[in-house]
Design a protein around this ligand. Sequence first.
Ligand code: NAP
Length: 326
Amino acid sequence: MTTPLTAWRIERYGPPEVLTPVTRVMPTPGPTEILIRIRASAVTRADGMMRAGRPLFARPFLGLRRPRRNLSGTGLSGEVIAVGNRVNRFAVGDAVFGEAGIRFGANASHICLDETNVLMKKPSALSHEEAAVMCDGPLTSYHFLHEVAQVRPGQRVLILGGSGSLGTAAVQIAKAAGAHVTATCSTRNTAFVAGLGADRTIDYTQADFTTLPERYDVIFDALGLSSFGKVKARLTQSGRYLCPVLTLPVLGAMLQSRLIGRRRALFAAAGLQPPAILCAHLAQLLAMVEAGTLSPVLDRVYPLTDLVEAHRHVETGHKRGNVVVV
Ligand SMILES: NC(=O)c1ccc[n+]([C@@H]2O[C@H](COP(=O)([O-])OP(=O)(O)OC[C@H]3O[C@@H](n4cnc5c(N)ncnc54)[C@H](OP(=O)(O)O)[C@@H]3O)[C@@H](O)[C@H]2O)c1
């Protein structure tokens, strides 16, 4: 194919301005690959960390001096425009969504991916913008709440940061699992987070949840702003502190909590699960979408040409739900 492909390259680790648009030759799908015309792709906190090369201890994996995989973006949604001769799961014309994973390159006009990647057919109940963010907040929060904490009906769950990408999904997923859900958020987001299904909200600008008497079976620190030490007294005897942000203190708390007591601190890299498992989780999430218990939250939609601006907005730490480029 001679049509060029537009993508974004990360020239070096740094602020959003290191992102540079590039034109590449359109790939031809290999035997088990599909070529996707991307309609929408996610811009996430994790994408910002890859771009900035943070945390520093991740650089042996990301690339020491500059990103080893230097294209930007993972979550995507679009349509299949060509398939390899051994592709079984998809056909030309299918609407699909999923993620490029550690291959990156989803903030682009097109991408070629092996059909065994985390890819699913997109239901009509989801727009491309909504589908593009399913592998960030929804898939991550599903993994933490269902696989790591195994939340059961009637349990008390506290979501720290109920208005972000992970938080908006976590509130809905915990509620659908039958939990009693409390979420922290700011004054401006209180009604919004209650509307997602939180039974109770705590305005973090007015109150410190650690000084309140309630105890929780699960505390999901979606933004990694608290710590096991701070929340421990708010956990039930066998309560779980879940943190999706890996830091040395979180690692230390994981080790320590394994040795002492029944409360646990737990981290997981949700996206590193095998694709078959992630696809099974996405199928569960799609069932929730069909049932009306999950609706991905979109904050801002930018044109693909404004990726730098989209990264700047994500970096404020104040987005509500998710950001996409189209
Ligand atoms: N382990 C994994 O597998 C995995 C996967 C994906 C992401 N992550 C990580 O998860 C983290 C969360 O990402 P995200 O996209 O969900 O974050 P986000 O959307 O950027 O979070 C922004 C939201 O947090 C709220 N907020 C800010 N300060 C707060 C506070 N002190 N208390 C309560 N809410 C507060 C903001 O509300 P206001 O504007 O009203 O303050 C805003 O709505 C990132 O560090 C990301 O790297 C981990």
